[in-house]
Design a protein around this ligand. Sequence first.
Ligand code: NAP
Length: 248
Amino acid sequence: MKLLEGKIALITGASRGIGRGIALKFAEQGANIAFTYLSSVEKAQELEKELEAYGIKAKGYCSDAADYKASEELVNAVIADFGTIDVLVNNAGITRDNLLMRMSEQQWDEVMNANLKSIFNVTKSVQKPMLKQRKGSIINMSSVVGIKGNAGQSNYAASKAGIIGFTKSIALELGSRNIRCNAIAPGFIETEMTAALDAKVVEGWRNGVPLKRGGTAEDVANAAVFLASDMSSYITGQVINVCGGMLT
Ligand code: NAP
């Protein structure tokens, strides 16, 4: 028996990186997958085909998670196509790194909207079908940076810390309806987001991790499978660090 057999999952930002890894792991475990992307049309089409090869239903939607109305329309479209939503993974996120001295208002706002407001937008719409069926699992992608801070990432760290407060509040609000809400805080996961970093910085980070390697999208996806599945049915309001011991 697969861990997510027959469940319907909506994953934001799955055309690349961690979101893509989660979509593939979920499909392997029998979930039907609705996923979003913003600009990577070809990658999204390729992913749709890869997911369907697992014998599940999969569909990609071009939708900006930072846009409230678009998120409402997205959730309505997913419900029309799939019937309901059992699992929501709020994964879409961006970085616009800069020291505070040089950070523009635009860099602050873009990160807040894509990383934090997006989670409000999509969760608010998804709670309706979850309340109706009296079950659901919401997984929000935070970061170890949201727990410990990082110089040059005050906008990103603030958005990721905000996600943790939101996660715990929603767990308290919706627990009585059997809707769980947890966060994952990845450490240094090697994706396109981190490929933009200086090679020396990356090597330094790898050496600083107790497990002596960067994480993979699959490492994060495995934690997401656990939180999406009934294996974690008594776990809500928690943050799981997937960081190779970085935050220890
Ligand atoms: P990534 O490789 O840059 O991929 C980001 C994904 O999000 C892409 O699919 C992108 O779509 C999508 N996206 C961006 N803005 C969006 C929006 N407004 N609406 C809908 N989709 C949007 O990033 P990643 O490294 O996989 O990171 C995924 C999540 O994990 C993020 O929330 C990130 O903050 C978090 N995280 C990552 C690390 C790490 O080390 N990589 C560590 C901690 C936390 P397009 O392809 O169409 O642009």
